[in-house]
Design a protein around this ligand. Structure first.
Ligand SMILES: *Cc1c(COP(=O)(O)O)cnc(C)c1O
Length: 365
């Protein structure tokens, strides 16, 4: 039997590189609250993501909650059930009602053609997800939002480094949320950011994430605590130095997967789009009419100590804490994709030999 392969493996800089980066913290004793590492990471990320304003937070989930809070959203939010449960929970935890739209069968993002029929007088916003890093239909969503006066927050947790027509994906909607969790393409151990072209919004989030304090003796909002600390920021500074190299390596791995699995009957892959530069964050495969179903492939790989993931199964609308809230719309495409999809191991250190082995097992079951 070959070596064990997990679905992902967190990126780390060389040990000494991180130690060098955090050394100065032993002199300054400034461990959190917008210190020098935090400031340097803000500059580095603004540059990399080509955005004017961003707020760094403890994690991506809180980044989404704080973005919702800062926009003072109330009522119904149109969103996708084909996502990590964080998206849906952020909506519910902020007192909003999720209204689930179906996804399209090409890239599994929210189907923009099906949004309009879900809009009611209670609708305040759309929260779509660039799932697997695949960009949503930004143009159509933007037009709808303008026509109906809705806010748009993109869950861009998977989309770090993705560009559309050479333009960063981070600059769309009222705001975008990124996750820098250990398992994401770029990590700060735990971490996240809200990005916006609206300077006031980012300022508000920076205040909200620090108890609402605007000075030593003044507060403006009932804020909470969601600050990124200096050790997280230092990890981000180090990982950002290597991000392009990591994405290049992921690209080679994904190309190898395509060589093996593209044009195999019963296996469906997301077709690359010419105007989109991918970050190769995930490799989702649909087993739809293949000799074996998704669960059988999952188990066959597991027997060989290869751990894929059923991302995203079940739909978030099927979790009991969600389905108890109200009647959930039918989302047949999302339900089908959730039943057929498997994300295969992918991280920048995965060897091409391992990809060959994984694909041999899938095709040979
Ligand atoms: C990872 C993730 C989140 C949450 O981010 P954290 O940094 O883990 O809190 C939210 N949405 C999606 C789609 C994610 O994959």
């Amino acid at each position: 039997m070959g070596e064990e392969i997990k679905v992902t493996r967190s990126s780390l800089p060389a040990f000494d590189e991180y130690i060098q980066e955090i050394k100065s913290l032993w002199d300054s004793r400034w461990l959190t609250n917008s210190g020098e590492k935090h400031k340097a990471l803000e500059v580095g990320l603004s540059d990399f993501l080509e955005v004017p304003y961003l707020a760094l937070l403890t994690n991506g989930h809180l980044a989404l909650e704080y973005a919702i809070e800062a926009l003072s959203l109330k009522g119904e939010v149109i969103t996708t059930p084909f996502t990590f449960v964080s998206t849906t929970n952020a909506i519910i935890r902020k007192g909003l009602t999720p209204v689930f739209g179906d996804i399209n069968e090409h890239d599994y993002t929210l189907d923009a053609d099906k949004i309009e029929s879900l809009i009611t007088e209670k609708t305040c916003a759309i929260i779509p997800v660039h799932v697997y890093g695949n960009p949503c239909d930004i143009e159509q969503i933007d037009q709808l939002a303008k026509r109906y006066g809705l806010h748009v927050i993109y869950d861009a947790a998977h989309a770090f480094g993705v560009t559309i027509n050479d333009r960063s994906i981070a600059g769309y909607g009222d705001a975008s949320m990124f996750s820098f969790h250990a398992t994401k393409v770029f990590n700060t151990i735990e971490g996240g950011a809200v990005i916006s072209n609206n300077e006031e919004l980012i300022k508000k989030i920076d205040i909200l994430k620090n108890f609402g304090m605007t000075g030593k003796e003044s507060t403006e909002y009932a804020g909470g605590n969601a600050k990124m600390n200096e050790f997280q920021a230092a990890m981000g500074i180090c990982n950002l130095r290597h991000i392009n190299e990591h994405i290049e390596k992921r690209k080679a791995i994904v190309e190898r997967y395509y060589e093996h699995l593209d044009n195999v009957s019963g296996i469906q892959l997301v077709a690359p789009k010419g105007h989109v530069k991918s970050n190769y964050a995930y490799f989702p495969v649909l087993f739809d009419g293949f000799r074996h179903n998704r669960d059988e492939i999952y188990e066959a790989l597991e027997k060989e100590k290869i751990f894929s993931r059923k991302y995203f199964y079940p739909l978030t609308s099927r979790f009991t804490h969600v389905s108890d809230i109200r009647d959930i719309n039918d989302t047949p495409v999302a339900a089908h994709v959730a039943d057929c999809v498997l994300t295969l191991p992918l991280y920048h250190e995965l060897s091409l030999d391992s990809v060959d082995r994984i694909c041999r097992i899938i095709k040979g079951v």
